[in-house]
Design a binder for this molecule. Structure first.
Ligand SMILES: Nc1nc2c(ncn2[C@@H]2O[C@H](COP(=O)(O)OP(=O)(O)OP(=O)(O)O)[C@@H](O)[C@H]2O)c(=O)[nH]1
Length: 302
């Protein structure tokens, strides 16, 4: 049997649907989907199997215009993921078309794209009419020589099988990179922290900006088969602490309950989750944090 294996980088503007597509391909929830932009902070990989091929997805952070140091690290990480990949898939939102952000990405692709396998996935096709789709496909292919174009709905799964099959055959021949039963190389601690962060984001909506981070501090396997997980929610200001806690702690309690339920389902066993909120004013500037989040940070050069 000839096996194939390799890395697939999904790139695109924030909200293009990269996390949704990763989940659709992998079939299990490993990266975090919310209605907010810029939710993916780490280079999360999911592993999918298609025939004799193993596809390792690099779910990159949004390629937005960098402002703060962390943002620049995120953009560097996104392009780093693309640079290492065997196949790159640019995701464009069907209803938004060629935005300024897409133009920027196309320019970068022209720089790094020579000899690379780069495909186009027009996502959210459920939101537009077919004429719009055909015009957009032509327009994008006039601007960049994509190997192939796929019209998909990552959310509904339309076109995803075709894309996965195509990706599988484009990967180089070689042994699989991960054991068959492993769906992600993300440490469980990080997945658990991302779950809590997702629940916070959903719960707080506009109230709190992205200036918060969750870390799993302690993970204990108990004899009865359950797990005790301790996490800290770091915020930048005292005022934010109050928002996260909520009236009589009701917000953090609701977040804890939702995160615990999801983690319990994911692990298939009982979980005891304990959340603490702490203020850490400088976390955005603490560059050692970047490496923990899986981001390459080189003196702010993105
Ligand atoms: N209608 C529709 N919505 C979709 C589709 N795919 C994704 N979405 C929605 O688009 C939003 C963004 O999807 P994500 O997967 O989080 O996008 P992302 O590219 O990973 O975003 P960042 O992590 O911010 O870079 C979510 O609300 C999804 O439910 C689709 O095919 N159709």
């Amino acid at each position: 049997m000839t096996t194939r294996a390799g890395f697939v980088a999904l790139i695109g503007e924030p909200n293009a649907g990269k996390s949704t597509l990763t989940n659709q391909m992998v079939g299990a929830k490993v990266s975090i989907v919310t209605h907010k932009v810029q939710t993916t902070r780490a280079r999360i990989r999911g592993v999918a199997l298609e025939g004799d091929s193993q596809l390792v997805f690099v779910d990159t952070p949004g390629l937005f215009r960098p402002r703060r140091r962390l943002d620049r690290a995120m953009v560097a990480a996104a392009w780093g993921g693309a640079a290492d990949a065997d196949v790159i898939v640019l995701m464009v939102e069907a209803h938004r078309g060629i935005t300024e952000g897409v133009e920027v990405i196309l320019d970068r692709l022209k720089e790094i794209g020579e000899g690379r396998k780069i495909a186009l996935a027009i996502n959210k096709i459920d939101r537009v009419k077919s004429e719009v789709l055909l015009a957009l496909t032509k327009n994008l292919n006039d601007r960049f020589p994509f190997m192939d174009t796929f019209m998909i709905s990552a959310e509904k799964g339309h076109g995803c099988d075709t894309l996965r099959k195509w990706l599988a055959q484009e990967l180089p021949e070689g042994p699989w990179l991960y054991p068959e039963d492993q769906i992600a190389d993300l440490p469980m601690r990080m997945i658990a922290a991302e779950m809590t962060r997702e629940k916070l984001t959903l719960r707080l909506h506009q109230e709190l900006p992205y200036q918060l981070t969750v870390e799993t501090e302690h993970w204990e396997e108990r004899k009865d088969g359950s797990a005790r997980v301790d996490q800290i929610i770091y915020v930048m200001r005292d005022g934010h602490k109050g928002i996260v806690l909520g009236n009589k702690g009701e917000t953090v309690k609701a977040v804890s309950k939702a995160a615990r339920e999801e983690l319990t389902e994911f692990l298939g066993r009982k979980v005891h989750l304990f959340l603490q909120v702490k203020v850490r004013p400088n976390w955005l500037e603490e560059s050692e944090r970047y490496s923990e989040m899986g981001l390459d940070f080189k003196d702010g050069n993105a």
